[in-house]
Design a protein around this ligand. Structure first.
Ligand code: FE2
Ligand code: FE2
Length: 332
């Protein structure tokens, strides 16, 4: 049982959780409220079964966070963990159900780690979920497709949905390049994918700020330092694989030396950091184009050609096209 809290508590005794942690088609473990005009309004009762359309509806109202009573937090945790255990152990669960239950658990796991980066039990428990996500992406037919098929509306641009897509694409690319034959390496890659922008998250820098019109990332005070600050959060912890630190520290480096903070070139970079860096950049293009494959790939290849090895770019393009085929052309 964890000592850590995964949530922010409001003055009137509610814990703020992410709507993405709610699991569709499963009896809700706690009562859930939403914030309307500054007041908590009951939205779903304990035992309600939320179908996907009801969950999509609150997302369509741009409600990414919901409220549970602070005392219900342990019950909420059990609900997420049981959904994960039941779904993954049930052979008839669909790819969609498995990915949903796992991503609810990894969302909770990331929040736990960011709240208590020094806590060994929290880290190990969270890492077990990351490991499972890596295994699903590597072996579950339709797993990557399911993750990339999630809504890309501008309001859903946040660190957690970005991290999930980065983790999934990183595993797919690294597997194809033969870089993660050992489970330990794959888990390090998934963990670093989830934590690569940890310093931005803990500093409260929203992804929308990085994408906002006309914004120059360099003007965000934390931008140039976030890879090193992120690695520092986990430095000196014997329970953290040192490769995770290297991957976080190098995720904004680019093999031709154009990246930061050190301007490392390919020979000095961990090959998995090259994967993470490339996928992280691709995910930015994907977000900017709201999940539209053709313009995202066009922009991405145009901008990154010559900065990364051609075979990395080609493999990533093939993976994306397979998981998310080009949109039919619309007539003008
Ligand atoms: Fe970053
Ligand atoms: Fe990122």
């Amino acid at each position: 049982m964890t000592k850590s809290r995964s949530t922010f508590i409001t003055p009137d005794g509610y814990a703020v959780i992410r709507a993405s942690m709610l699991v569709p088609d499963r009896a809700l473990g706690v009562e859930v409220s939403v914030l309307i005009n500054g007041r908590a309004v009951k939205w779903a009762l304990e035992g309600d079964i939320l179908d996907r359309s009801r969950l999509d509806r609150i997302m369509s109202f741009k409600i990414r966070k919901v409220l549970i009573r602070a005392d219900d937090e342990p019950a909420f945790r059990r609900y997420v963990e049981r959904a994960f255990d039941d779904t993954l152990s049930n052979e008839s669960s669909s790819a969609q159900q498995k990915i949903q239950a796992t991503s609810s658990a990894t969302d909770l796991a990331v929040q736990d780690i960011l709240n208590t980066p020094e806590d060994k039990d929290t880290y190990n428990r969270s890492q077990a979920y990351f490991e499972r996500l890596g295994a699903l992406v590597a072996s579950l037919p339709g797993g990557l497709e399911e993750i990339l098929a999630r809504p890309y509306a501008a309001e859903s641009h946040d660190h957690l949905s970005h991290s999930l897509r980065v983790a999934a694409l990183s595993v797919a690319l690294a597997s194809r390049l033969g870089l993660v034959s050992k489970e330990k390496d794959r888990t390090a890659l998934v963990t670093a994918s989830y934590l690569h922008d940890a310093a931005l998250e803990t500093a409260g820098v929203a992804r929308a700020q990085l994408h906002s019109q006309g914004a120059v990332r360099d003007r965000v005070a934390e931008w140039k330092t976030h890879p090193m600050e992120g690695a520092r959060l986990f430095q000196g912890k014997d329970f953290v694989n040192s490769r995770v630190l290297d991957l976080i520290a190098q995720h904004e480096e680019i093999p031709n030396g154009d990246g930061f903070p050190q301007g490392l070139t390919k020979a000095k970079m961990d090959p998995l950091a090259i994967v993470l860096s490339l996928v992280n950049r691709f995910e930015d293009y994907f977000e900017r184009h709201e999940g539209k494959t053709a313009p995202a790939l066009d922009d991405f290849i145009k901008s990154e050609l010559g900065r990364y090895d051609l075979d990395y770019l080609t493999h990533l393009k093939a993976i994306v096209l397979q998981a998310r085929p080009l949109e039919p052309r619309t007539k003008v």
